[in-house]
Design a protein around this ligand. Sequence first.
Ligand code: NAD
Ligand code: DAU
Length: 335
Amino acid sequence: MKILVTGGAGFIGSNFIRYWLKKYSDDEIVNLDKLTYAGHLSTTKDFSGNKNYKFIKGDICDSKIVDQAIEGTDMVVHFAAETHVDRSIVGPKTFILTNFVGTQVLLDAAVSHKVKRFHHVSTDEVFGALPLESTEKFNESTLYNPRSPYSASKAGSDHLVRAYHTTYGLPITITNCSNNFGPYSDPEKFIPRMITDLIDGSPVKIYGDGKHVRDWLYVEDHVRAIDAVLQKGKIGETYLVGGLTEDIPNLEVAKKLLKLFGKDESQIKFVPDRLGHDRRYAVDWSKIEKELGWKPEHNFEEWLVKTVNWYKENDWWWKPLKEEADKLYERTGQK
Ligand code: NAD
Ligand code: DAU
């Protein structure tokens, strides 16, 4: 089996390749990645020498390079995207180009090369925000209601993927996943930003009142869910993927980390809120559990500690990226 992975030099894509090469050691993987500010060869260093792995630097919007990369592949697993909501607020254009137009370019190539599966990795943010005071969760029937340029561009890409299935018969599957945490997550995202700030002796930054809720999933569980969908998922179907956290507000996540570092709440800095900040996400993952036998296995408490340890042991990886993240927050006034 030969798989084209897009965005495999980023957080989740690299964790997917690492997992796949280990579990299915006869399969070949081609990783097409533009190496934006979020993609790094340092992230793929531990598997870049694998004989079944090939890297191609290129943009998914470039149909020529996509055509070369997809040649002879059985499956496409599409991670490549602009992914940071704060960046989409200061500059939406690249989000539309990569997430929407780039997906269309890939879909066209997948149709003309007759790939056996096009798996699209998407987000729970396409469903908008849930009220804080509810027990409601997103499920596969929830209506789309994206509220940031990022989530709107991902929502558009989901619709395109389904449209290519209906119109051209492309064999697709989609997963919409909640917030991931774990190794190789960029220090501009919430949990790694706090961990790397605490290692550096800086305060953690909380947007607004800190009562916003995210559904946290350890990255390896996400990768296992994609594996389950690729092996057993039904063509044309969408599966929601979420974690084991029950409504943990951002402020509580910050307090857990402060405790792990032996610091007190004086190390919390409240900064201006994100524009249009979604209040609450929660995912009902019962469909993928019932139909494909997947459920999250890594609990938040234990794997947060392991994630902290990973960042402590791998500052060679995140230190060079921290400056870029800080520059973004200088621009947004959230430093
Ligand atoms: P990331 O930002 O860490 O990595 C994105 C990767 O895509 C980078 O390697 C980057 O270089 C590459 N890329 C960007 N634009 C490209 C282009 N035009 N052509 C080729 N490569 C390009 O992202 P991530 O957190 O690993 O997210 C991967 C996917 O999962 C995304 O589609 C995202 O929407 C989705 N997702 C992420 C999360 C999360 O919590 N991180 C949750 C749910 C879904
Ligand atoms: O829900 C899935 C989504 O999760 C993915 O689709 C996105 O690609 C991914 O970036 C993530 O989006 P969020 O916007 O939820 O993640 P982020 O890490 O940026 O922020 C998490 C929460 O923490 C959010 O409520 C904003 C808040 N926050 C974030 C940062 C960076 C802070 O309070 N302080 C911060 O410094």
